[in-house]
Design a protein around this ligand. Structure first.
Ligand code: CA
Length: 152
């Protein structure tokens, strides 16, 4: 536990290794933590075991595709921002993605600065929701840093 700001954790679920590595590098250079899952199954495992602030999710993935994984994530987490990444830019594909619970969509090839701008929109929104009450959370304990009150 620490009082310093935790780095934002971003999960990249992408089977194109080169693209995933470039993205990870660019995100880390921007100041984020980034992890790569090379298929939908590993992606699901990492999501279940880790704590991510945002997910970048390719659609065409081995084992579990991005649409199915997105639906699964949404069964347990309705709030985590999910940005879909895909080579398919047709309206139908976009609608399928949004129906599955994606928040946004970037069509390959894209420029990193466009993806980054979209990431920042969601992270700003999450920040604003949390700003009202500066709080520390440990297991089921929550300490409000303004009032020094602790609730369980
Ligand atoms: Ca792919």
């Amino acid at each position: 536990m620490s009082l310093t700001m935790k780095k934002t954790n971003i999960l990249i679920v992408e089977d194109e290794q080169r693209l995933a590595e470039i993205l990870k590098k660019q995100l880390e250079e921007t100041g984020f933590n980034a992890e790569i899952a090379p298929d939908g199954y590993v992606g699901r495992q990492l999501i279940e075991s880790g704590s991510f602030n945002l997910i970048i999710l390719d659609i065409n993935l081995p084992v579990i595709n991005g649409i199915d994984l997105c639906r699964e994530i949404r069964k347990t987490d309705r709030r985590i921002p999910i940005i879909m990444l895909t080579a398919f830019g047709t309206s139908e594909n976009k609608i399928t993605g949004f129906d599955a619970g994606a928040d946004d969509y970037v069509v390959k090839p894209f420029e990193f600065k466009e993806l980054l701008a979209r990431i920042n929109v969601f992270l700003r929104r999450v920040d604003e929701n949390q700003e009202a009450e500066p709080a520390l959370h440990i297991a089921d304990l929550s300490m409000n840093l303004d009032t020094k009150s602790v609730i369980r």
